[in-house]
Design a protein around this ligand. Structure first.
Ligand code: NI
Length: 168
């Protein structure tokens, strides 16, 4: 495993569409493991492969709520319903925060690291994070679809509280 650098705005690579994974081999596994290691190191809750410079359709999400992480290879949202509007940020867009509209419930079709296809339903916070990460695979950032930016100072305190909660 290796830590990888986070690609940040305005890097062109973040705007590119990632290619599907076709081979589920050790190279893929080490990419997933690097994503995990890098994400935990920078204390993120989700990371997509293009954010570490690899244009492949792979994302890793862990809200830190003790349920473990979600690895998705070639994820596709096949159904969505409901509505939520919450504040998002992104490791690739430092110091930018804002309200984004997302579906409240999603059904996702994806593959695991061994190439086994599965479907799963996600709601609320997790659904929002998965939508955000899948957007990265299509070269879309939350700042492109943001409803309203918020002052980073206003939410810094709340973020620190959330971080403390996760560490307990
Ligand atoms: Ni992001």
């Amino acid at each position: 495993m290796a830590l990888r650098g986070i690609v940040k705005e305005p890097e062109d690579l973040l705007r590119k569409k990632s290619r599907p994974v076709e081979v589920f081999d050790k190279k893929l596994w080490s990419l997933i493991d690097d994503l995990k290691q890098t994400m935990y190191k920078v204390e993120g809750i989700g990371l997509a492969a293009p954010q570490v410079g690899i244009l492949r359709r792979v994302v890793y999400i862990d809200l830190g709520e003790g349920e473990g992480g979600v690895e998705l290879v070639n994820p596709e949202i096949i159904k969505q319903s409901g509505f939520q509007r919450e504040i998002e940020g992104c490791l690739s867009c430092p110091d930018k925060w804002g309200y984004v509209k997302r579906p409240l419930h999603i059904s996702v079709k994806a593959f695991d690291r061994h190439g086994k296809e599965f479907q799963h339903k996600y709601s609320s916070y997790l659904a929002r994070c998965i939508c955000h990460e899948i957007d990265h695979l299509d070269g879309r950032l939350f700042v492109d679809i943001v409803d309203e930016f918020v002052d980073p100072k206003d939410i810094k305190e709340e973020r620190e509280r959330a971080k403390k909660r996760r560490k307990k």
